[in-house]
Design a protein around this ligand. Structure first.
Ligand code: IMP
Ligand code: MG
Length: 168
């Protein structure tokens, strides 16, 4: 395994993104929806970075599953049990790969009539895209490498790493 993005780089990026998100915010409130499981650590850091910008931050979660091992299975299974009507929502993902997960979630959330819906991902692999979608806020664009750490797993392992590593 090789370190791709250090703890320090992630910390700086999270602070930058939080500042941009806070400046774009319209209502003074933000409802952060993170996607389990991979996004839980990124979410924890983003909501704490947002709190220094005088925003009223609330948090909820969704579940989406498409991966087994290192391969995307194609079909995206979701579990969504939330109310976002009229809310300013930020959908927070760990990584966008084929784009299927974020596209499926976005479509389902828009049917629930949020006031605004924006998306953020820590990592983006544009060269892997199968469906046409991009996040509004992107941490790092990376090459087509399988990565772990900072919440991301390989068969449930390595989520605890404080940095992003690539599996060679
Ligand atoms: P997509 O639907 O293909 O965009 O896949 C998104 C999901 O696949 C992410 O939420 C991750 O859970 C998982 N995933 C994609 N690439 C990686 C990777 O390099 N490491 C770990 N998980 C990944
Ligand atoms: Mg995920």
């Amino acid at each position: 395994m090789k370190t791709l993005i250090t703890e320090e780089q992630i910390r700086e990026k999270v602070l930058n993104l939080a500042e941009i998100i806070a400046n774009d915010n319209k209502s003074g409130k933000i409802h952060v929806l993170f996607v389990l499981k991979g996004a839980f650590i990124f979410c924890a850091d983003v909501i704490r970075a947002l709190c220094s910008h005088n925003l009223d931050v609330t948090v909820d979660y969704l579940i989406a599953e498409s991966y087994s091992g290192k391969e995307s299975a194609g079909e995206v299974k979701t579990y969504i049990n939330i109310d976002i009507k009229g809310k300013e929502v930020l959908l927070l993902e760990d990584i966008i790969d084929t784009g299927r997960t974020i596209k499926t979630l976005k479509e389902k959330l828009l049917e629930m009539h949020p006031e605004h819906l924006k998306t953020i991902c820590l990592l983006d692999k544009p060269s892997r895209r199968i469906v046409d979608i991009d996040a509004d806020y992107v941490g790092f664009k990376i090459k087509d490498k399988f990565v772990v750490g900072y919440g991301l797993d390989y068969d449930e392992k390595f989520r605890y790493l404080p940095y992003i590593a690539e599996i060679e």
